[in-house]
Design a protein around this ligand. Structure first.
Ligand SMILES: *Cc1c(COP(=O)(O)O)cnc(C)c1O
Length: 355
């Protein structure tokens, strides 16, 4: 076999995604992947049908998510995390070597990674000074197939302005897909763009159970869209996307008890976040704390390397951010109150110590 057949040049040029778990390291306080700090309870599992391929995924789980999200079951596709939704959208709508996606950095890394895997182009229209969309520059593009909007945005933590989102949705009607990634929307549910889905065939909303629902280890996500996008997605999705144990756990999370538990945990995390962000903002070591409507807080440091080392020494693993604009910043997932106090303790000692 020739060497060319053993490699695909545009894949060879890629770097593997540095997921929080892959970066790993040693630590005891994990605040780097925006996971829920609340441990899940043991649950009984019905294994009697495990000799068959799963069929709870397409049916029951999608119906349950539709009830929760306020859409019809036909508008819901259950997948292996929001990440699979992002991947399928790029594969379904971007021709390799020809089409482009639009991102607004700094934002979630998987949009660009999925585009590169597909050999699609990436147009970056950076966020403005206050981490909002540059609407005029985005709307001026006429060469993109998929526009990715992260709302609220990871890693800055802020919700995007409603009027901006609506202007972009209107602008690309009939021209490009507008994908709104609502991975953290449970922390500000009134901001969701789901109510716009019915009137906009080119709008897609991406959701997950990995964050507010506290099920990152189960990795279930959803793509919400109208009939045209759904037809395309059904052509590219792998058979049986949800393993049955995952479907059973997702169904319980989407029961009325499960949703009530999620809402109480969101309220608890929000209270911890607000106290943590206020304390952080008062530290001499911190130069800026970004206002967050999520389960993480990003802050800029006078001496980020020193802060990072001190945190690691205490077993605290947070997240450094690759984007040049955030080179001074560290992102902290909101853990338990004790964990956040431990972070503050390390950072307080730091700012008082000798320099
Ligand atoms: C965590 C995250 C995802 C990935 O969600 P999964 O369902 O775990 O794949 C997608 N988008 C954003 C913005 C995220 O922060």
């Amino acid at each position: 076999m020739s060497e060319r057949k053993l490699s695909n040049p545009h894949i060879e040029a890629l770097e593997p995604y540095q997921s929080a778990r892959r970066i790993g390291g040693s630590g005891e306080v994990w605040l780097n992947a925006n996971e829920s700090p609340f441990p899940r309870r043991p649950q009984p599992m019905d294994v009697s049908e495990y000799h068959r391929y799963p069929d709870r995924g397409p049916g029951e789980v999608e119906a349950a998510y539709a009830r929760y999200a306020g859409v019809t079951a036909e508008q819901v596709l259950a997948l292996r995390g929001a990440d699979e939704a992002i991947d399928l959208l790029v594969r379904g709508y971007c021709r390799a070597g020809q089409d482009k996606v639009l991102i607004s950095s700094p934002t979630y890394g998987m949009y660009e990674i999925c585009a590169r895997i597909q050999d699609a182009g990436v147009v970056d229209v950076p966020l403005t000074e206050d981490f909002q969309l540059d609407v005029a520059a985005i709307c001026a593009r006429d060469d993109v197939s998929v526009v990715f909007l992260c709302h609220p945005n990871n890693p800055s933590g802020n919700a995007l302005r409603r009027t901006d989102l609506e202007a972009i949705v209107e602008r690309f009607a009939g021209e490009a897909l507008v994908v709104v990634d609502e991975a953290y929307i449970e922390f500000s549910p009134a901001q969701s763009l789901v109510p716009l889905l019915a009137a906009h065939e080119h709008l897609v909303v991406v959701r997950t159970l990995s964050k507010a629902f506290g099920l990152a280890g189960v990795h279930v996500g959803f793509l919400l869209a109208g009939a045209a996008v759904m037809d395309t997605m059904l052509k590219v999705v792998a058979p049986y996307p949800l393993a049955d144990p995952c479907a059973q756990i997702a169904l319980r999370a989407l029961s009325s008890d499960g949703i009530a538990l999620m809402r109480s945990e969101v309220a608890a995390s929000t209270a911890v976040r607000e106290t943590f962000a206020a304390e952080l903002a008062g530290l001499p070591a911190v130069t800026a704390t970004l206002a967050s409507t999520t389960n993480f807080v990003t802050a800029a440091f006078r001496a980020p390397d020193q802060a990072w080392e001190a945190l690691l020494e205490d077993g605290i693993v947070a997240r450094r951010l690759p984007h040049p604009r955030l080179a001074q910043s560290i992102r902290f997932s909101v853990g338990t109150q004790e964990e956040m106090e431990r972070v503050l303790g390390v950072l307080r000692a730091l700012s008082q110590g000798p320099h």
